[in-house]
Design a protein around this ligand. Structure first.
Ligand code: CTP
Length: 403
């Protein structure tokens, strides 16, 4: 999870930083806020703390803060320092290298990239002093987003309005992807299905399978670690949520399909779930009871929708890279090669789930990666290592596509 240090300076636009925090948290970013003295005239540390879910730092000489983490460390622990809103005063202090309060000290002490979202009266923005400061900061590598033109709180119209929180978030994502080594999938959205599905028979019984979700969850986590925004749609599993993913919990195949389609568009989809092929046509109200001498109930099954094949046919919203899994008990390679074509996916990860295999529920997996160009046999690996190898193949695919 990328870490943002957000400095909120004074100005009427400070309230928009709260919306920025909300969007950034939704996007999986960890935000720690620093509120300047004048910033605290506009918004409260309590709102920032509630939204960031982290302590808010205000004082340069706070004993508690210095005890738990030196203030300098604050500016180093972040992946990106964001100043939103940045006032003319703070820009001037940054340009001069002043360190009179916590915010300016952190900005002088940081070794990370700094993204600034200015907000001020249009005349202050256009003043040569401010413009010179901005030019100086740009020359030092400071990134800027905005200000926008617009109606201002002071009833004037012109440049100086804080960029919209959505736009600042985009700038944050771009800065993070160019700054962070290894974030090869930054800016990409990936959907991953994982785990089994449960198809109810009555209110107490269901049809399920042995899938643990370990492989799908490991892939989701590896995609998130590579910088992708990940929507993980999972059936019932007893695993913790993978770090940095938006998790949607479902039970049935139809619920899984609805959640996947709702998460589109996506650049990548990995269908690792063991989706139940059939469901009971009519779910019995309450519990099916035994009656003495009566025959066991007959279950009439109907086929579930095929989520992977549905994505392959999704037209304009088909993920650019669609990856399926194949769980086979015999004739793995040939069946999987045919399955890739039949399902209409780009790649297929095939594994053996027959007698003697501990793939379902186990820690390791031996897979074959089937693409349009052939079959790669991967060695027996931990499921986490399979996930990492697959994600580096995905990153290489997109890198090749770009070049
Ligand atoms: N799959 C799916 N929806 C289904 C069934 C399967 O999305 N209703 C996906 C799985 O997530 C996997 C791939 O299709 O990525 C292949 O699943 P698998 O169980 O191997 O194949 P099936 O299509 O079920 O065919 P069969 O059981 O006959 O081999």
């Amino acid at each position: 999870m990328s870490k943002i240090l957000l400095i909120v300076a004074g100005g009427i636009a400070a309230y928009k930083s709260l919306e920025l925090v909300r969007l950034a948290r939704k996007d999986g970013l960890d935000v720690t806020a620093v509120l300047t003295k004048s910033g605290a005239e506009f918004i409260t540390p309590l709102s920032l703390q509630a939204l960031t879910e982290n302590p808010v730092h205000q004082d340069m000489f706070s004993l508690t803060d210095e005890q738990s983490m030196g203030h300098i460390a604050l500016s180093r622990a972040a992946d990106l320092v964001v100043v939103a809103p940045a006032t003319a005063n703070l820009l001037a202090r940054m340009a001069c290298g002043l360190a009179g309060d916590l915010a300016s000290t952190l900005l002088l002490a940081t070794d990370k990239r700094v993204l600034v979202a200015p907000s001020m009266n249009m005349r202050m923005w256009l003043h040569p002093a401010t413009q010179e400061n901005v030019a100086k900061l740009r020359a030092r590598g400071v990134l800027f987003v905005g200000p926008d033109d617009g109606d201002m709180a002071c009833h004037e119209f012109g440049p100086g309005r804080l960029a919209e929180p959505e736009v600042i978030l985009l700038a944050i994502q771009t800065a993070l992807s160019s700054a962070a080594p290894g974030k090869t999938l930054a800016g990409k959205h990936a959907i991953v299905t994982s785990g089994p599905t449960q198809e109810p028979i009555d209110h107490v019984r269901f049809i399920a399978n042995r899938s643990s979700g370990k492989q799908g969850h490991a892939i989701a986590e590896a995609l998130a670690a590579a910088g992708a925004r990940v929507t993980l749609v999972t059936g019932p599993v007893s695993l913790p949520d993978p770090v940095g993913c938006d998790v949607v919990e479902v039970e049935t195949a139809r619920e899984m399909q609805a959640a996947v389609m709702a998460a589109l568009p996506a650049d990548i989809a990995v269908c690792a779930a063991a989706v139940g092929d059939w469901r009971v046509e009519t779910v019995h109200e309450g519990k099916i009871k035994k009656s003495p001498g009566a025959a066991p109930p007959l279950l009439h099954l109907v086929e579930n929708p095929d989520i992977l094949a549905g994505l392959a046919r999704a037209g304009g919203v088909r993920p650019r890279l669609l990856i399926g899994f194949a769980a086979e008990t015999q004739n793995l390679r040939d069946t999987a090669v045919q399955k890739r074509v039949r399902k209409g996916c780009d790649w297929l990860v095939a594994n053996h789930v027959g007698v003697g295999s501990d793939v379902m529920g186990g820690e390791n997996n031996q897979v074959h990666l089937i693409t349009a160009h052939g079959v790669e046999d991967w060695p027996l690996l931990a499921k986490t290592a399979v996930a990492e190898k697959l994600v580096s193949r995905i990153a290489a695919h997109f890198a090749g596509e770009l070049s």
